[in-house]
Design a protein around this ligand. Structure first.
Ligand SMILES: [Zn+2]
Length: 197
């Protein structure tokens, strides 16, 4: 491989220059021809398929890009969930992906839905900051991502979800508060920001 700052020896230079000589107009060997044609076939989409594809794209834009986009989003969300669960079972579990995966899994738990409902009920189905009654979310006061880190530190890779269920601070409604989406967004631990903790 070519490295910056690497100098070819005189011998190598000669070899290279010789190998380039007479290349112009040189005919490909049968073997090379076959290789090239195989490679080209990969790119060779049949015309019918191409028309279908363009119709799908037109349809997508006719719907304002939304229907198709939503479908895709749902699918990818589902796929991601599957991936996270798969990741949870893996022995070589990577830390960062792990936190996100556990986040997703916790939110899918029945226990989480129960906890969430209890918090909302206690707060009278109102945002505790602005009294908004729409788009309510239950937020962990001591952040979920920190709780997950603590769970990870006490568990082995394959018993994380077991530890999650046993971990009381996660299910304590005193560690929960009702926030509307807007107020929740403003918290330093909202969604994507959790990994930076
Ligand atoms: Zn609010």
């Amino acid at each position: 491989m070519y490295k910056k700052g690497h100098k070819h020896t005189k011998e190598t230079k000669l070899k290279i220059s010789n190998s380039h000589k007479g290349k112009k107009g040189k005919k490909h060997t049968e073997e090379t021809k076959e290789k090239i044609s195989k490679a080209l076939k990969k790119f060779n989409v049949n015309p019918e398929e191409r028309i279908k594809k363009s119709e799908r794209i037109k349809e997508f834009y006719k719907n304002g890009g939304t229907t198709a986009l939503n479908k895709h989003w749902k699918l990818s969300k589902e796929t991601r969930k599957k991936q996270s669960i798969r990741q949870l079972g893996e022995k070589n579990f990577n830390w960062k992906g792990g936190v996100t995966a556990i986040h997703i899994c916790i939110r899918e738990l029945k226990e989480y839905q129960v906890w969430r409902k209890k918090v909302l009920k206690r707060d009278g189905y109102k945002c505790i900051k602005c009294k908004n009654i729409k788009e309510l979310q239950a937020d962990h006061i001591y952040p979920l991502s920190k709780l997950i880190k603590e769970i990870k530190s006490i568990s082995k890779n394959n018993d994380i979800m077991e530890q999650v269920l046993k971990f009381n601070p996660l299910w304590d409604i005193n560690n929960g508060r009702t926030l509307c989406f807007n107020c929740h967004k403003k918290t330093p631990t909202f969604a994507g920001r959790c990994n930076k903790l």
